[in-house]
Design a protein around this ligand. Structure first.
Ligand SMILES: NC(=O)C1=CN([C@@H]2O[C@H](COP(=O)(O)OP(=O)(O)OC[C@H]3O[C@@H](n4cnc5c(N)ncnc54)[C@H](OP(=O)(O)O)[C@@H]3O)[C@@H](O)[C@H]2O)C=CC1
Ligand SMILES: CC(=O)C(=O)O
Length: 734
């Protein structure tokens, strides 16, 4: 690049010493550009980009083709150019064009920046009234101009005749007055000289917590009432407000509004009040939110990729404002919790899961991308609902479906590289297993419903052994539900058993039985079974009901993964209690309405003898004067730490042993005190520590398997994981 030879570190240093003069301009502009234009990479890659001026006052961004300009950072370059613009009276509006790689994405018609109007109106840097500063600016302006000449192809801004600022008229009420009713409107217009947009930027907004200094530095005077608050006080107020809502969906909407308004405060609330707010942003409330997504829809969250975007998915990914993505959670909305096909409205799930990635696992929010693939829905109710937000057609299947998914997976790798984690979420099982198998060898993919659930349940079962006795291979398992969750868990338990007993996995599988909607899975059904059920088709007489299966199989552990509520009846729980001193019963189905039984039912029907955990939380239950607090057997314990482990080790593939490593780390976090209370999972209030431990164990496994690319391996992986975690405390602004 031409710039290499021209910009020495000495000059950069001398320029940076002047930064305070212009910091308001470049800092604001930089922040806005990097968030809004989408083609600027986030730090630390900023140094790989430079900007220059065209003869039409456009700023061009060009990524360096081969290596970064290590000695010249983008803030300097932006500052140089802005300084130059201001110093030489360019027009108050600057169109921006951008190109990224070979992909020319001209948006000069769309993005308009208004540079500090006071300075540009004067068209003369000396007339700011600050003689000393003005003098410095002049010098800088000249330095800049000489260096810019080598960067641009055409005319200098110095050669342009200064345009006076036009005020009033159609231009100033652009997109608002009647005269412009039929004109196209540019939704992105930033007033750089005002902090108004900063207040509306969730990533940087602090609301009343902006300090006096920040209010001055960022043009916020008058835009906020005089009081200066702090994050703790804001948190107190918001928690108070949220607690006023009686209806969970109102709390959900309030939290989503907060996320859209002030991201750090949202995460502060979620982290500090995790046990109270998890049921709001996650199961069970997120289920209702998805069902009503069209009606409560305010601002779009995440990226929607529908059949309409076929052939353009790479472009769609480029519309997302962040470039440095580490985790994508993607759904096609076909199996949302136990609620079935919610089509495009399933978006609540990737959004919710990624909020947990940040709050529970410490992956920074800007590195998270929620995606919904909309291939239609077979949910007639939604198709006939006027507020439905998705494609109004039945689901595309077969080749059409797989081609869209393939284009997505290819574009993801092309755009974000090898190490971006794609978490499949709430796909129906007829696609989920196939997608995992297909992309497991070419991408860093993880299916939370199959693998995350398996890992969390194995951890719970291993921890429960302290309470129910015996070793893992000594137990007999019965599942109600033989889909993603059921067969995923069964397979990981069998894997762990066979590692412990050093016997083939086929042997271990014999201790595990599954019931689906047609009854016990037995060998006589083998020919008609889906492929993922076949390994579980053991020799046995057909058994039609769960109750009968409990009676004949005599399981010590009963696991519900059917998505159908109320299926662990009184008779079923009593039969479990008859066979076992302490039965382990896990009702995994979500949301609460689909839970196989409630905590109260489990304790009452087992006369307080069951060790119970459920997918969605239940309040503690009092039975015969004793309080029973049940745990939450939910993959939320696993995926945030698991993903963090992959990210910090730079893993390129997921391996089953990493799931076992995550399980082991989680089980180890259950304390004696937890056991005393009958708990088989640690409380969520410790989740960040738990996630750091899971991440460390997963990363260690990735290094051991040769799947980690981040070298050298950190000595202390727990400390390293903790040091990498996002914190929501406000930062001080220059
Ligand atoms: N707690 C947690 O962390 C997690 C919980 N889940 C929950 O588990 C549930 C199932 O999810 P998933 O496995 O992905 O779903 P799938 O659709 O893949 O599997 C559901 C299974 O349940 C069976 N089933 C349905 N109705 C009945 C019935 N009346 N009696 C017996 N079996 C029945 C189905 O049978 P058939 O094959 O014959 O149709 C199928 O085998 C959901 O509610 C989900 O929310 C899922 C993941 C994680
Ligand atoms: C928790 C979860 O992933 C589910 O219910 O689908």
């Amino acid at each position: 690049m031409a710039a290499h030879g021209k910009y020495g570190s000495a000059e950069t240093k001398s320029l940076s010493s002047h930064l305070p003069l212009y910091k308001r301009h470049w800092a604001t502009i930089l922040a806005q550009l990097s968030q809004s234009c989408g083609f600027l990479p986030a730090p630390p890659y900023l140094c790989a980009t430079y900007i220059t001026l065209s003869s039409r006052n456009s700023i061009y961004y060009r990524p360096t083709e081969t290596k970064p300009l290590s000695f010249l950072s983008l803030p300097h370059m932006i500052w140089l150019n802005i300084a130059s613009l201001m110093g030489h009276g360019c027009s108050k509006k600057i169109g921006i064009s951008g190109c990224w790689g070979g992909d020319k994405r001209k948006i000069s018609e769309k993005v308009v920046l208004r540079v500090n109007s006071q300075v540009s109106q004067n068209n003369n840097i000396h007339s700011t009234g600050e003689e000393e500063e003005g003098e410095e600016k002049k010098v800088i302006g000249r330095n800049m101009e000489s260096t810019l000449k080598s960067l641009r192809d055409g005319e200098s801004v110095l050669d342009l005749s200064p345009r006076s600022t036009v005020s009033g008229g159609v231009e100033d009420v652009y997109g608002e007055d009647r005269a412009t009713e039929d004109q196209l409107v540019t939704p992105w217009t930033f007033s750089v000289a005002s902090g108004y947009s900063l207040l509306r930027d969730p990533q940087y907004n602090k609301g009343l917590a902006f300090t006096e200094k920040e209010r001055d530095a960022h043009y916020l005077r008058g835009l906020l009432p005089p009081t200066v608050s702090n994050q703790s006080l804001q948190e107190k107020k918001l928690m108070h407000n949220i607690r006023q809502y009686q209806v969970p969906l109102q709390k959900y909407v309030a939290m989503m509004d907060l996320q859209e308004r002030n991201e750090r405060l949202f995460y502060k609330l979620l982290i500090d009040n995790v046990e109270e707010l998890l049921p709001v942003v996650y199961t069970p409330t997120v289920g209702e939110a998805c069902q009503k997504y069209g009606s409560i829809f305010r601002r779009p969250q995440g990226l929607y990729i529908s059949l309409k975007e076929k052939g353009k998915i790479l472009e769609v990914l480029k519309n997302w404002p962040e470039r440095s993505i580490q985790v994508i959670v993607v759904t096609d909305g076909e199996r949302i919790l136990g609620l079935g096909d919610l089509g495009c409205q399933g978006m609540g799930i990737p959004v919710g899961k990624l909020a947990l990635y940040t709050a529970l696992g410490g992956v920074r929010p800007s590195a998270c991308l929620p995606v919904t693939i909309d291939v239609g829905t077979n949910n007639e109710k939604l198709l006939n609902n006027e507020f439905y937000i998705g494609l109004r057609q039945n689901r595309a299947t077969g080749q059409e479906y797989y081609e869209l998914l393939h284009e997505f997976m290819t574009a993801v790798k092309q755009n974000y590289g090898e190490k971006v984690l794609v978490q499949f979420e709430d796909f129906a099982n007829h696609n989920a297993f196939e997608l995992l198998a297909k992309y497991g060898t070419t991408h860093l993919v993880f299916n939370d419903d199959i693998q995350g659930t398996a890992s969390v349940v194995l951890a719970g079962v291993v921890a429960a052994l302290k309470l129910i006795g015996g070793t893992l291979p000594e137990h007999t398992f019965l599942f109600l539900g033989a889909g993603e969750a059921g067969t995923g868990i069964a397979e990981l338990i069998a894997l762990e058993m066979s590692k412990q007993t050093k016997t083939p996995i086929e042997e271990s599988r014999k201790k595990i039985w599954l019931v689906d909607s047609k009854g016990l899975i037995v060998s006589s059904r083998k020919n008609s079974l889906q492929h993922f059920k076949k390994p579980w088709a053991h020799e046995h007489e057909p058994v039609n009901s769960l109750l009968e299966a409990v009676k004949v199989i005599k399981p010590t552990v009963l696991i519900g993964s059917s998505g159908v509520g109320k299926t662990f009846t009184k008779e079923v729980v009593e039969a479990m209690t008859l066979n076992n001193d302490k039965p382990l019963i896990l009702a995994l189905s979500n949301p609460t309405s689909q839970s196989e039984c409630t905590a109260e039912e489990a304790y009452q029907w087992s006369e307080g003898r069951t060790i119970f955990a459920s997918g969605s939380p239940f309040d503690p239950v009092e039975y015969k004067g004793k309080v029973y607090a049940s745990g939450q057997a939910n993959n939320a314990y696993i995926f945030p730490g698991f993903g963090l482990g992959l990210v910090i080790s730079g893993a390129i593939r997921v391996h089953d042993d990493m799931l076992l490593a995550a399980s082991e780390a989680l089980a180890k976090q259950v304390s004696e005190e937890n056991y005393k209370n009958g708990l088989i999972y640690p409380p969520f209030s410790n989740i960040r520590k738990i996630s750091a431990n899971i991440a460390a164990n997963v990363a260690a496994k990735a290094y051991e398997l040769g799947l980690a690319t981040r070298l050298p391996r950190p000595q202390n992986l727990v400390e390293y994981a903790e040091s990498c975690m996002y914190t929501p405390v406000y930062r001080n602004y220059r």
